[in-house]
Design a protein around this ligand. Structure first.
Ligand SMILES: NC(=O)c1ccc[n+]([C@@H]2O[C@H](COP(=O)([O-])OP(=O)(O)OC[C@H]3O[C@@H](n4cnc5c(N)ncnc54)[C@H](O)[C@@H]3O)[C@@H](O)[C@H]2O)c1
Length: 379
């Protein structure tokens, strides 16, 4: 029996990834319905992908269709309500990134999961390319030695028109800037490789775009293993690149790509003294690229059949939300933040902007080129 799936949201990522990825799973999945508050978008998407039913919202869809799986391709502000409604109706959930607006929302969703499912999981497609999968194995079996030094740079360019979409660039609807919306892909991949982090120091600014949230963030993070990592997330970088580099005791492993990688984007440099045949054995056997959601969708279907918690859910999906909250708290408070501070009761548990989003905006705008511009004009 195919899994009966429904897709909420029929915008760019729904049409570009969710529906093609579900179709790529062949007879493992049948897409029974889509929902969108924009009924015209829902209708034309259903026509294009041959989907039989269309609804204006998730509640009507759940009541009528009782799907096994719901995928969420809506803006971040809409993830929590839909995820909870789907879990309560017995459906597994695969939501777009960022998982939620806050750690509090993340935990609220998790409280609606069942003991053996349904579970909520989150899309982080860069974990699923062959090279990242292979690297995780090599780290786990100690082949590369201890991780020591890392860099994680997401240097992208988004012009002012990109922010005309009303939900972008605002704490209340997107949750944050490139830390939450763009760098989160590579940061999540890094966390899946390096594991638990312990403390972070960050700075953020809004240098050039008309956003409430930051358009650039930088941070230094320490991991429980002792490894240290520097992070840059930017939306202001005309030569765009995505770069992760990890120096282990026995090798430097790095990937440079833009929005997705295959094996050709990775460089594996053995340390002096590592035998060449051993270094050759590190390389992945297959070459699954990370530019599609299909590998993650396929693994989720597998988890559903086995009744097991999928990758990028529970604590494994939460780690990146904690790091984002830690980065915002550090940048806004002007001090280093320990991971265990971010518990219920902390303002940054409830919102990436802390207790006062307007003050958060004023702080990351303060002293930047953007805030200085009017004075410069008078001078
Ligand atoms: N994984 C990736 O590589 C990737 C890439 C781009 C965007 N995204 C994420 O995907 C999500 C959607 O982004 P997008 O670019 O497709 O946005 P979009 O604006 O193109 O599409 C969002 C759609 O959701 C609909 N919608 C909004 N609220 C709704 C609700 N409550 N119920 C039903 N439908 C609703 C809108 O009408 C719209 O059609 C965001 O969370 C974004 O961060 C992920």
């Amino acid at each position: 029996m195919p899994i009966r799936a429904a897709v909420i949201g029929t915008g760019a990522i729904s049409r570009g990834q969710h529906l093609p990825s579900l179709a790529a799973l062949g007879n493992l999945v049948e897409v029974v319905a889509v929902a969108d508050v924009n009924e015209e978008s829902a209708r034309s998407t259903a026509e294009e992908f041959g989907i039989p039913a269309v609804y204006p919202d998730i509640h009507a869809l759940l009541a009528a269709e009782k799907p096994d799986l719901v995928t969420l391709a809506t803006p971040p502000i809409a993830h929590k309500e839909a995820a909870i409604a789907a879990l309560d109706a017995g459906a597994w959930v695969l939501s777009e990134k960022p998982p939620t607006l806050s750690l509090a929302e993340y935990d609220e969703i998790a409280a609606h999961e069942g003991e053996n499912g349904p579970y909520a999981s989150y899309i982080f497609q860069h974990r699923f390319g062959s090279a990242a999968v292979r690297l995780r194995e090599l780290i786990a079996n100690g082949a590369l030695g201890r991780p020591l030094v890392a860099r994680c740079d997401t240097l992208w360019y988004r012009d002012p028109a990109y922010f005309a979409v009303p939900w972008r660039g605002k704490w209340a609807t997107e949750g944050g800037g490139p830390t939450m919306g763009h760098g989160i892909h590579q940061l999540d991949m890094l966390m899946s490789l390096l594991g638990e982090w312990t403390d972070v120091s960050a700075v953020m600014s809004t240098l050039a775009r008309e956003t409430d949230t930051e358009d650039v963030s930088m941070a230094s993070v320490r991991f429980a293993s002792g490894a240290m990592c520097s992070i840059t997330n930017s939306l202001l970088s005309p030569r765009e690149t995505s770069h992760v580099r990890i120096d282990f005791e026995r090798a430097t492993v790095e990937v440079e790509h833009l929005y997705g990688y295959d094996n050709s984007h990775w460089t594996w440099t053995p340390a002096p003294g590592v035998p060449a045949d051993e270094a050759a054995s590190w390389l992945p056997d297959d070459d699954v690229s990370s530019d599609s959601h299909t590998p993650q969708f396929a693994q989720l279907v597998d988890s559903m059949h086995r009744g097991e918690r999928p990758i990028a859910s529970g604590d494994d999906g939460r780690r990146i939300m904690e790091l984002a909250a830690g980065m915002y708290k550090s940048a806004l408070k002007g001090r280093s933040v320990a991971r265990d501070e971010l518990s219920p009761g902390d303002p940054f548990y409830a919102s990436m902007a802390g207790s006062d989003p307007e003050d958060a905006t004023a702080r990351i705008h303060a002293g930047t080129i953007r805030s200085a511009r009017p004075e410069t004009a008078h001078a």
